[in-house]
Design a protein around this ligand. Structure first.
Ligand code: NAP
Ligand code: MG
Length: 734
C-alpha cells in the first residue's frame, strides 16, 4: 500500500544517459511541483541499486539500501500509483560483471559472479545475480497494458522538419533471412485453460524424468504456449546463410534481443558465434572449453581470452578471412555484430538499417547491403515485408507520412517470451511435457539435446483489458485499427478466439481488422504513406519492436514517444519514450562533457503524470502545472531547444534551462490560478534576465573530460557538479 510518506509522483532512479539527465532535470521538477504541493521522490531501480539491494548481509549498515523494485512492484498495484519510469539497463552478463567490479572497487564487499558455482554460498549468490539479468524491471512494474504514440506536437514537428532518410533502391541486395522450419513459430502449441490450474514442466529421457519447473500456477482463461527451436535446424540454417551471404557479396548480420529474451537469445547468439567460427571450434574446441570459453558471451570475450595464443588467433583470422564481412557495431574499433550479445538489439538495429536505405556498416568503414538473419518466423516477417515494401516503393517521406500508434498487450508478464524462468536449453534428448496437477498433459514435444524450449503465457484479464483499451483508442481517434494476429500461429489463434467475441459483444467488429504481422506491416506502411494514421494492436514483443520501428521511420527516434501504462488497478505509469538508456551518450559525456540525451520523453511523461495526479487526488493545481509542462514541451520544439549532438553546442542541460523557462512562462501566462502565476513571475523573469549568463556557464563546462565517479554507480556529488554547472541557474531554482 502507498503509505503517507510515499511521494505523489515517483521518478525512477535509473542508469546511464537518462540518469545523467535526471541529475539536472529532477531538481527543476521538484522545485516547480512543490508550488502545487506535489512531492516528487525517487525509487532506485538502477542495476547497481538492484545489486546492492540483493546482498544486504555483505554490506555495512551505511551501505545497505532498500529493495525499491519490490516496493514499486507493490505500489503499481494500488489505485494511486503515479510512476515516471525512465529506461534502465537490462543487463547482459558482461554488463553485470562490470557493475559488480565497479561496486567492489568502491568498497562494497559483494560476492563475485561465479561462472560455475560449487559451494552453497556461490550457488546462492549466482541465483541472486541471475535474477538481476536481462529484463528484470519492466515485467515487475508493467501491471497494465501499453499505449504508445507520438504526442501531436512531436509528430507535427517531425513533419515540418523531416529528418534525413537513406535512399532505397529496387536492386538492393538487403534481405531478411528466417528459418524454413524448426523454429519457435512452427513448433508452437497453445491452449486456453478452461479453469485455474497448477502445472509443472518435465523432461522425460531414456534415463528417467527431470522436473524442469514446478509450482506454475495459472488463473482460468490463461493462454499457455509451449514451443522449441531445434538446435540442429538453427545450425544448418546459419551455416547455409553464411555461405549464401558470402556468395551475394554483402554483410552478414544477426538481429536478436539478448536483453529482453535473456535466456533464449544469448543461446541463439552463441550458435551464431560457433557456426561462424566453425573451423576454429572444430580444431580447438576442447582446448577452448577447458579455458572456459562460452560462445554465448560473444567473439569479444573469446578474443580477449586468446589474444596471446598465436595459434588460435591465427585460426580465427584465417576463418574470418574466408567468411562474408560482418555487419559492424563500431568499425573504427573493430567491434563486430558477433562481439557482444547485447550490442545489436533487433528493435533498434533493424529500424536503423531500414531508415538508412537497407545499409549497415562494414569492416571497411563503408555502408553496404546486408543479409539480416532473424531466425524465428514469429516476427521476422515484419522486417522482411518492410524491406520488400521500401524496395518497391522507395523510402518513406517523413514530411507527409501518417503515424502508427500502438496498443500493446503486456500486463502481468503477458507473452514474456524467452525471458521467463520457463525457457530451457535441453540437456538431453527426450520429451518435454507440461503436466497439469490433475495429470492432464497440456503440451508435449520431442526434443534433442541443445534445443531451446520455452513456455509463455498470457492471462485472461490483461487480454480483456488490452482489447478494451484498443476499443477506447479506436473510438477516440477513428484511425484504421488492426490486431496484428496470425490465425496460422497457435498462440495468436487462441487470442483471436478471445478478441472476436469481445468486439462482437461491444458491437464494434466492423471497426477492427485482424491480420498476420506480414500483411499488417504492408497495410500499415500503405496507410501512413498516404498520410493517414493507424493503430497497431499487438502482443508484447511487437509492442516493443513496432514502437521503435515506426517512430524511427516517422520521427527519427523512438525517444520522444508518449508511453502510457494504464495500470489495471487504476494507477498510472508514464514511461519516458520507447528507447533505452543510450550508453553511447555516457561515453561522450565522459570524454568531452557534452550530453546529447534528449529529455523530451521525460517532458511528455511529466505532463501526463501531473494531469493524472489531478484526476486521482483532485489537486487541480497539478493539472495547471501539467498543462504548463505541455506548453513548455511545445516551446522546446517550436524554438529548436533540443540538445545538439556536437560538443560546444547546446546540450541536455541547456534544454533543461529552456524547459524551466518556458514552464515558468506558461505558468505566468495561464489565467486559472493567480497564486501560481504570482509565484512563478519572478522565476520567469530571473531566468530570462540571466539567459546570457546561464547559457555561458553551461557552455563553459563543455569540452573537457568529465568525472562522475563511476559508470554504474556514480558519486552523487560529482554527478551533480557535472550536470548542474550553472551557479546562476541553480540559485534561481533554489
Ligand atoms: P537505446 O538506449 O535506445 O539507444 C540507441 C540509440 O538511440 C542511442 O545511442 C541514441 O542514438 C538514441 N537514443 C535513445 N534515446 C535517446 C534520447 N532520449 N535522446 C537522444 N537519443 C536517444 O538502445 P540500446 O543501445 O539498444 O539499449 C541501451 C540500454 O537500454 C540497454 O541496456 C537496454 O537493455 C536498455 N533498454 C531499456 C529499456 C527500458 O527500460 N524501457 C528499453 C530499451 C532498452 P545516438 O547514439 O545516435 O545519439
Ligand atoms: Mg523497443
Amino acid at each position: 500500500m502507498a503509505t503517507s510518506n510515499t511521494p505523489d509522483i515517483i521518478y525512477t532512479k535509473v542508469d546511464e544517459a537518462p540518469e545523467l539527465a535526471s541529475a539536472s532535470l529532477l531538481p527543476i521538477v521538484q522545485r516547480f511541483a512543490a508550488a502545487a504541493d506535489v512531492t516528487v521522490g525517487t525509487k532506485d531501480i538502477s542495476l547497481a541499486g538492484r545489486i546492492l539491494a540483493s546482498f544486504p548481509e555483505h554490506l555495512t549498515d551505511e551501505q545497505r539500501i532498500a529493495d525499491d523494485l519490490a516496493e514499486l512492484g507493490a505500489l503499481v498495484k494500488t489505485p494511486t500509483a503515479n510512476v515516471i519510469k525512465l529506461p534502465n539497463i537490462s543487463a547482459s552478463v558482461p554488463q553485470l560483471l562490470a557493475a559488480i567490479r565497479e561496486l567492489q572497487g568502491q568498497g562494497y564487499a559483494i560476492p563475485d559472479y561465479v561462472e560455475d558455482p560449487q559451494t552453497d554460498a556461490e550457488k546462492s549468490a549466482r541465483a541472486r545475480y541471475d535474477a538481476l539479468k536481462g529484463s528484470a524491471v519492466n515485467p515487475v512494474l508493467r501491471e497494465g497494458n501499453s499505449d504508445r504514440r507520438a504526442a501531436t506536437a512531436v509528430k507535427k514537428y517531425a513533419q515540418a522538419n523531416p529528418h534525413r532518410m537513406g535512399d532505397w533502391s529496387a536492386d538492393s541486395k538487403t534481405r531478411v533471412a528466417a528459418m524454413a522450419d524448426g523454429d519457435f513459430f512452427s513448433n508452437e502449441k497453445s491452449a486456453t485453460l478452461p479453469q485455474a490450474a497448477k502445472a509443472k514442466i518435465v523432461l522425460e529421457t531414456a534415463n528417467g524424468e527431470t522436473v524442469l519447473k514446478d509450482g506454475l500456477s495459472y488463473p482460468a482463461g490463461t493462454v499457455v504456449d509451449a514451443t522449441y527451436m531445434s538446435a540442429a535446424a538453427l545450425d544448418a540454417f546459419l551455416a547455409e546463410e553464411i555461405e549464401r551471404t558470402k556468395a551475394e557479396g554483402v554483410l552478414f548480420s544477426i538481429h536478436l534481443k539478448a536483453t529482453m529474451m535473456k535466456v533464449s537469445d544469448p543461446i541463439i547468439f552463441g550458435h551464431a558465434v560457433k557456426v561462424f567460427l566453425a573451423p576454429v571450434f572444430e580444431e580447438f574446441g576442447d582446448e577452448m572449453t577447458a579455458l572456459g570459453v562460452n560462445p554465448n558471451s560473444g567473439l569479444g570475450d573469446l578474443l580477449a581470452r586468446f589474444k596471446d595464443n598465436t595459434k588460435i588467433m591465427a585460426a580465427i583470422d584465417a576463418c574470418m578471412a574466408a567468411r562474408p564481412p560482418l555487419y559492424m557495431v563500431d568499425s573504427g574499433k573493430g567491434i563486430t555484430n558477433l562481439h557482444v550479445p547485447s550490442d545489436v538489439i533487433i528493435d533498434a538495429s533493424m529500424p536503423a538499417l531500414i531508415r538508412a536505405g537497407g545499409k549497415g556498416w562494414g569492416p571497411d568503414n563503408q555502408e553496404h547491403d546486408a543479409v539480416c538473419v532473424i531466425p524465428d518466423n514469429a516476427y521476422a516477417p515484419v522486417y522482411d515485408e518492410a524491406v520488400k515494401f521500401f524496395k518497391e516503393n522507395g523510402k518513406l517521406n517523413p514530411a507527409t507520412a501518417g503515424t502508427v500508434q500502438n496498443i500493446g498487450l503486456m500486463a502481468q508478464k503477458a507473452e514474456e517470451y524467452g525471458s521467463h524462468p520457463t525457457t530451457f536449453e535441453i540437456p538431453q534428448a527426450g520429451t518435454v511435457k507440461m503436466i497439469l496437477e490433475d495429470g492432464t498433459v497440456l503440451h508435449q514435444q520431442s526434443v534433442e539435446a541443445g534445443d531451446i524450449w520455452r513456455s509463455a503465457s498470457a492471462r485472461k484479464a490483461p487480454i480483456e483489458d488490452w482489447v478494451n483499451l484498443a476499443i477506447e483508442r479506436q473510438k477516440a481517434t477513428g484511425y484504421r485499427s488492426i490486431f496484428w494476429l496470425d490465425a496460422a500461429r497457435a498462440h495468436d489463434a487462441e487470442l483471436i478466439a478471445m478478441v472476436k467475441p469481445i468486439l462482437e459483444a461491444r458491437g464494434v467488429s466492423d471497426k477492427f481488422e485482424i491480420m498476420a504481422p506480414r500483411e499488417a506491416t504492408r497495410a500499415s506502411l500503405e496507410t501512413i504513406t498516404k498520410g493517414e494514421n493507424s493503430i497497431a494492436i499487438t502482443g508484447n514483443v511487437l509492442r516493443d519492436y513496432l514502437t521503435d520501428l515506426f517512430p524511427i521511420l516517422e520521427l527519427a527516434t523512438s525517444a520522444k514517444m508518449l508511453s502510457i501504462v494504464k495500470l489495471m488497478q487504476d494507477g498510472g505509469m508514464f514511461e519516458t519514450g520507447a528507447g533505452g538508456s543510450a550508453p553511447k551518450h555516457v561515453q561522450q559525456l565522459q570524454s568531452e562533457n557534452h550530453l546529447r540525451w534528449d529529455s523530451l520523453g521525460e517532458f511528455c511523461a511529466l505532463g501526463e503524470s501531473l494531469k493524472f495526479l489531478a484526476e486521482t487526488n483532485g489537486n487541480d493545481r497539478a493539472r495547471v502545472l501539467g498543462e504548463a509542462v505541455e506548453a513548455a514541451t511545445q516551446g522546446i520544439l517550436d524554438h529548436d531547444r533540443s540538445p545538439s549532438r556536437k560538443v560546444g553546442e547546446p546540450d541536455n542541460r541547456d534544454s533543461h534551462y529552456w524547459f524551466a523557462r518556458y514552464w515558468a512562462e506558461a505558468l505566468v501566462a495561464q489565467g486559472e490560478d493567480a497564486a501560481l502565476a504570482a509565484e512563478f513571475a519572478p522565476v520567469a523573469e530571473a531566468l530570462a534576465e540571466n539567459e546570457a549568463k546561464i547559457v555561458g556557464e553551461l557552455a563553459a563546462a563543455q569540452g573537457k573530460p568529465a568525472d562522475i565517479g563511476g559508470y554504474y554507480h556514480a558519486d552523487p556529488a560529482k554527478l551533480a557538479a557535472v550536470m548542474r554547472p550553472s551557479a546562476t541557474l541553480n540559485a534561481i531554482i533554489g
